[in-house]
Design a protein around this ligand. Structure first.
Ligand code: GLC
Ligand code: CA
Length: 555
């Protein structure tokens, strides 16, 4: 390998030591009683986030949208959805957040637009207008049917016929989300102009929705990480990102350790980080995917996360997360949302936040919110769940079986309203929420958790603070140990003679853990979810979901 002097010293950026917080605006806080969260609601809760200590908010889409996919279907990239507020509200959010040291990272959804976007309305009316080529059209097959049997992610065919133009368009996710044709340079120009327009309003970056799809070669059937992807990301960087002190995170369901550095290698001039899902998909059935989860296997889970730490050890940067608006609540999925909810929520946070990378907290995670459980299909709202329900029933799956799968791995169960208090509708709204509030808000809510010095919030706040205080957490080398232990997640972080050891029991049973010779020693306990430990030596008897982080002495 050629020596690259740029990689010798890690350039420190503000987001290396910062923690991100994802807001799903529909479910965060409703200021006007219409049952839908909104931007004034977010502004009213900024002090909660300031207390948590986060550096930036990843705001899921707030743009104008028919909300077929809750905003991941944008009809006007330069307007705010009326139910979320106005551009003035947005500008106020940026200013109020900035006054609290918090940046606003917007969601950039440009693999597709909404079918209600003016571009698509023009495109579907005539082949002669410039906008027609902003989308992906193909002639019907010989029998008049769709050009291929490609299925849409949210159910049904990925192709929809438009009689006015006699062609099918591609909707990789759903017919309401027609794919934009990135092969068209004028379309790319429109997108870069729009990105710069938001940067000029003072945003701190973009989270880029399914960005690995934009370089697709439709005719070759290559969608993920297609042949044009990196050319476009480099062009985007030149035209919009270069020279700005912002952060970018690209979402990719396909990115692997082999391709990660193509996105976020420091000399690539593309993105700062990727949201990769290898550790998530590890828990799914290879054939039936997320609707059929496999039993959790800690050794395999560790192997994936350890390997990503190794891949991005010296170049690129990891994003750290277990939950988001597309995934189950982490305490329900990976730990115990019953007896040991508080301890196990803290344990998961400890393991994730002390790795190398930028951690992301999904709203409500900081108080240990759990997955909602629904019993009837009419309680679900998500286009993915409802679309797949129709397909599943047609294939002979019973409604009860489907609902069990949806409760475990569907997206709605983590999208129920933020639980601010034990009162009516959890303090989220004065009206009727767009999706039911989890009944456990009487017990699990911000007010109660924050009043408890041993609450989940206090633990998260400490983790966020530790990252800002200890360079070893930001830049230290990640060294896993006890990799084959089926119950314990353990690693050290090392830098300039400083060492931080993290040991966590991933089970609800007490376990005996033999500290390896090389990791033994005494130090200062930075964080624990049971009694503090300052000695890591010999055999430790770890309580259920116990997690401890010790800064080793003499190091
Ligand atoms: C991303 C979003 C998800 C959305 C999909 C299509 O995966 O996170 O919520 O449905 O892209 O935009
Ligand atoms: Ca509202």
């Amino acid at each position: 390998m050629l020596h690259n002097p740029k990689l010798d010293k890690p350039a420190t950026k503000w987001w290396h030591a910062a923690t991100g917080y994802q807001i799903y605006p529909r479910s965060f806080c409703d200021s006007n009683g219409d049952g839908v969260g909104d931007i004034p609601g977010i502004i009213s809760k900024l002090d909660h986030l300031k207390d948590l200590g986060i550096g930036f908010i990843w705001l899921s889409p707030v743009y104008a949208s028919p909300m077929a996919d809750n905003g991941y279907d944008i009809s006007d990239y330069r307007a705010i959805a009326p139910e979320f507020g106005t551009l003035d509200d947005f500008d106020r959010l940026v200013a109020e957040a900035k006054a609290r040291g918090i940046g606003i990272v917007m969601d950039l959804v440009v693999n597709h637009s909404s079918s209600a976007h003016a571009w698509f309305q023009a495109a579907r009316a005539s082949r002669e207008v410039a906008e027609h080529d902003y989308y992906v059209w193909r002639d019907p097959a010989r029998d008049g049917g769709p050009p291929s049997d490609l299925k849409a992610c949210f159910g049904g065919s990925a192709w929809t016929f438009v009689p006015e133009v006699g062609q099918y368009y591609l909707g990789y996710f759903s017919p309401e989300q027609p794919d934009l044709n990135w092969r068209n340079p004028a379309l790319r120009r429109e997108i870069y102009n729009m990105m710069n327009w938001w940067f000029d309003r003072g945003i701190a970056g973009f989270r880029m929705d399914v960005i690995s799809l934009i370089g697709k070669d439709v005719d070759a059937g290559v969608f993920e990480e297609g042949p044009y992807l990196h050319e476009y990301l480099q062009e985007m960087h030149r035209e919009t990102l270069a020279g700005r002190d912002i952060v970018t995170v690209g979402e990719s369901w396909s990115v692997s350790r082999d391709t990660a550095l193509l996105f976020c290698g420091r000399d690539r001039a593309e993105l700062d980080m990727v949201f990769q899902f290898n550790h998530i998909v590890e828990g799914w059935d290879p054939l039936h995917g997320k609707w059929k989860p496999k039993p959790f296997d800690l050794v395999r889970f560790k192997r994936v996360l350890d390997a990503w730490q190794a891949t991005l050890a010296d170049d690129g940067w990891n994003s750290l997360f277990l939950s988001n608006h597309d995934l189950p609540r982490q305490v329900s999925k990976y730990a115990d949302d019953g007896t040991y909810r508080v301890q196990s929520a803290k344990m998961l946070a400890t393991v994730v936040h002390l790795m190398k990378g930028t951690p992301f907290i999904y709203q409500g995670e900081e108080i240990g919110m759990t997955n909602a459980a629904f019993t009837r299909i009419d309680q679900f709202r998500d286009v993915e769940t409802l679309g797949n329900y129709a397909d599943a029933i047609a294939q002979g799956i019973t409604p009860d079986e489907f609902i069990a799968g949806a409760n475990a791995n569907g997206r709605d169960n983590a999208r129920t309203p933020m639980q601010w208090s034990g009162g009516g509708q959890a303090g989220f709204t004065d009206g009727t929420p767009w999706i039911e509030v989890n009944p456990n808000h009487s017990e699990i809510n911000v007010k109660a958790d924050r009043a408890d010095p041993d609450g989940v919030f206090a633990h998260y706040r400490r983790l966020v603070e530790l990252r800002r205080e200890h360079p070893v957490i930001v830049h230290g080398r990640y060294v896993p140990f006890a990799e084959d232990d089926p119950a314990v997640f353990a690693y050290a972080r090392e830098m300039d003679g400083t060492k931080l050891a993290v040991i966590a029991n991933f089970t609800g049973a007490e376990v005996e853990f033999e500290v390896p010779e090389a990791q033994s020693g005494r130090g200062t306990c930075l964080l624990a979810n049971y009694a503090a430990r300052d000695s890591l030596d010999g055999t430790l008897s770890l309580a259920p979901y116990e997690a401890v982080a010790v800064l080793m002495a003499g190091s």
